[in-house]
Design a protein around this ligand. Structure first.
Ligand code: SF4
Ligand code: SF4
Ligand code: SF4
Length: 246
C-alpha cells in the first residue's frame, strides 16, 4: 500500500510547493513509486481528506487558519512543516514588528477593513510538528530524503550544525573577509551554504541550530570590527519569531 500524502498551503508565496513540482523526473518517479498524492491544490484537482502524511507550507497569520491547521493535524499520522514560513515563521513574521492594524493598512490601504490578520507564527506554535523540511525555498533533495526516511519509519538525518561547516567544506572564502556580515555561524546547515557559494551571504532561512553559539557569531563580528546590531536587521528577515519569542 502506498502512503497517502497531502500538501496544504497557508500564508506563503507557494514557492516551496512549486519546488516540489520542480523535482527532476528521476526524483519524482522515485517518490511516486512509494506515495500517492491525494491532495495538492497547486498540482491536482483531487481533494481527499483521507491522508497519512500532511506537508504544510506557510505560516499562520489569520484566525481562520488555526482551526484549519488543527483539523489537518487531527487527520494526519505525520505532519511535516515545509519551508521557512512553516518551520520558523519566515518573512511573514516581519509584520510582527508593527501593530496589526498598521500592517493591514500598509498592504490593503482603504480596503483594510475587509481583512483580518494576527501576528504571524510558525505552525509548531499552533500544533505539534513531527518533521521539518527547511529553507526558503526548500531543497528538493532534502524533501526526498525526509519522505524516504518517513516511509522507512526512520528519523530523517537533518544537520544540527552551522552553515559555516558546509561553507568551509565548499572551499568558500568567508564573506567577513570582504567586510560583509553573515548568519552562517548560528544557522542550521543542510543547504551546502548555497548562498555563499553563489556569491552572497547566509540570511538564516533554515533557522537557528538547536543551541546557536551566539558567542561565536559575536566573536567573528568583534574580530572584524562589527557589532551584533549590524546583523540584527539581517536576522529579522527570517527569524523574527524566534527573536520576539525570547
Ligand atoms: S519558505 Fe520561502 S519559498 Fe517557501 S513559501 Fe515561504 S516565502 Fe515562499
Ligand atoms: S560566516 Fe558565512 S561566509 Fe563565513 S564561513 Fe560562515 S557561512 Fe561561510
Ligand atoms: S546559505 Fe543561509 S540563507 Fe542561503 S539557503 Fe543556506 S541557510 Fe538559507
Amino acid at each position: 500500500m502506498k502512503a497517502k500524502v497531502a500538501f496544504f498551503d497557508f500564508t506563503s508565496c507557494e514557492g516551496c510547493q512549486l519546488d516540489v513540482l520542480n523535482l527532476t523526473g528521476e526524483e519524482l518517479l522515485d517518490l511516486l513509486g512509494a506515495i500517492e498524492i491525494v491532495n495538492f491544490r497547486e498540482a491536482i484537482s483531487n481533494r481527499s481528506d483521507d491522508y497519512d502524511i500532511a506537508f504544510i507550507e506557510g505560516s499562520i497569520s489569520r484566525e481562520a487558519e488555526i482551526p484549519r491547521l488543527q483539523k489537518i493535524r487531527a487527520q494526519a499520522k505525520v505532519l511535516v512543516a515545509l519551508g521557512a514560513c512553516a518551520c520558523i515563521g519566515g518573512v511573514n513574521c516581519l509584520k510582527n514588528h508593527l501593530p496589526m492594524e498598521q500592517a493591514l493598512k500598509m498592504v490593503y490601504g482603504d480596503a483594510a477593513k475587509y481583512y483580518d490578520t494576527i501576528p504571524a507564527r510558525p505552525i509548531n506554535a499552533v500544533v505539534p510538528v513531527d518533521f521539518y523540511v527547511r529553507g526558503c525555498p526548500i531543497q528538493t533533495g532534502e524533501l526526498v530524503k525526509v519522505v524516504k526516511a518517513l516511509l522507512l519509519g526512520k528519523k530523517p538525518d537533518i544537520p544540527n550544525y552551522p552553515v559555516c561547516t558546509e561553507c568551509k567544506m565548499a572551499g568558500n572564502i568567508c564573506v567577513f573577509e570582504f567586510g560583509k556580515t553573515c548568519l552562517g555561524p548560528v544557522t542550521r546547515a543542510g543547504c551546502n551554504a548555497i548562498c555563499v557559494t553563489g556569491g552572497r551571504q547566509c540570511w538564516g532561512c533554515r533557522g537557528l541550530v538547536d543551541e546557536p553559539n551566539k558567542n561565536s557569531e559575536e566573536e567573528i563580528l568583534k574580530k572584524h570590527g562589527l557589532t551584533p546590531e549590524q546583523v540584527v536587521e539581517k536576522f529579522k528577515i527570517y527569524n523574527t519569531y524566534a527573536e520576539v519569542k525570547k
